[in-house]
Unconditional design. Structure first.
Length: 396
């Protein structure tokens, strides 16, 4: 088969509207032992590309040779006789071809002289500190994480309900047993936040109702808990301290102050407060709570609007939390003045026919002050002050 025959077959196929040459047209190619064109097959469609995968690794015969670079290490001193020094030859690298080139720089870098100007301020450091304190921000907002109280189980809730019911009930025998349980049980810490919150709310409600007996029952619960060595009362001070102080300095604690013994409640609450602070609080805050209680009681003590019964509740707290012989001597002067005022009220009340209640309150306060003065003098070995010798009233 000649080349002219192939060209004639192609021309005929194009004239007939065909796009490919069939194997019939190229059948004689195999007879002449001619290889088909690369990229075509010998099937029906001669010009159909074969789907054979091409091995790239075999075709890729080019090899890349890594040419190692010459490493050059140059060292030079940085400081010479206290002056910074830079080498004459600064090694630099061309980013394009990686070649090194040398750059000549000055041998010694001159230092920039500092200007030593004398300070023009005449203010002392102490005055500057005081000015800074005055302009400093004193009040700032601090975020506190709210405390979470553990939820009690059903059995624990039933136990706490029974304890409160018995302690506030009329049965003396069961009440004493319940108080002894609160004083000795080692597993009451989980109940403490819930129990003290309810007891303190009970005290607040009964003070408003002037129910003296229930206030005394609730106070006994707080005393038993404060005597329990396994209970940490510091987590409930924000409830306990206000409740006990209310029992000490409340103006009207009962419906019949002439006959009801509210003086025992004030003594009992003051002793419970002092014992709680000394046993569990002072070792944690270095006496700060005791000083705050002393200041609070002294404000009630010196307030002209305080009644004799309110002042009576502060005397024991002042006696126990006074710090140092100097402050004790100052407190004795304060107590002496109040005692003189009580005696004057008793004498004038007897002459003008004042109410029997106010005279009785003045007598009770007079007796309490005398006991307090003797206790303070014995503790600090203070002698009784001679009349007419004033003591510094501005010590506190």
């Amino acid at each position: 088969m000649a080349v002219a025959d192939v060209e004639h077959a192609i021309r005929s196929t194009r004239q007939c509207g065909g796009l490919n040459i069939s194997s019939v047209d190229t059948l004689n190619l195999g007879i002449q032992q001619l290889q088909p064109i690369q990229g075509t097959s010998t099937g029906i469609y001669s010009f159909l590309k074969s789907s054979a995968d091409v091995d790239v690794d075999k075709e890729d015969t080019e090899t890349f040779i890594k040419i190692p670079r010459d490493l050059r290490v140059i060292s030079y001193p940085l400081v010479n006789e206290g002056q910074p020094v830079q080498s004459e030859y600064t090694v630099n690298v061309d980013e394009d071809d990686g070649n090194f080139f040398e750059k000549i720089v000055p041998e010694v870098m001159t230092m920039i002289p500092e200007k030593n100007t004398p300070s023009s301020s005449t203010t002392s450091s102490l005055q500057m500190f005081r000015d800074a304190v005055k302009t400093a921000k004193i009040d700032q907002k601090v975020g506190l994480k709210p405390s979470t109280i553990e939820i009690l189980t059903v059995e624990q809730q039933i136990f706490m309900k029974d304890i409160i019911t018995v302690c506030m009930g009329q049965d003396d025998k069961k009440r004493h047993e319940a108080l002894y349980t609160l004083e000795t049980d080692a597993g009451l810490q989980v109940f403490l936040p819930h129990l003290t919150e309810r007891i303190c709310k009970s005290i607040s409600a009964n003070i408003s109702q002037r129910c003296l007996s229930l206030i005394i029952y609730a106070g006994r619960v707080l005393r038993s808990l404060s005597h329990n060595k396994a209970c940490d009362m510091t987590v409930t001070l924000h409830h306990v301290l206000p409740a006990l102080l209310s029992c000490c300095v409340g103006r009207n604690m009962c419906l019949r102050p002439e006959t009801d013994n509210h003086w025992a409640l004030r003594d009992f609450s003051a002793k419970t407060l002092v014992g709680l602070v000394r046993d569990q609080v002072d070792k944690h805050d270095a006496g700060r709570t005791a000083r705050r209680l002393f200041d609070f009681s002294h404000r009630i003590f010196r307030d002209t609007g305080s009644s004799f019964s309110m002042i009576y509740g502060t005397v024991h707290i002042l006696q126990e939390f006074v710090a140092g012989p100097k402050k004790a001597a100052w407190l004795l002067t304060e107590l002496g003045e109040t005692n003189a005022r009580c005696k004057s009220h008793i004498e004038s009340g007897s002459r003008i026919g004042a109410s029997q209640l106010s005279i009785q309150e003045a007598q009770k306060l007079n007796q309490q002050i005398l006991k307090c003065e003797n206790s303070i003098r014995n503790r600090y070995n203070l002698q009784q002050q001679a009349p007419g010798v004033p003591i510094n009233r501005r010590f506190h």
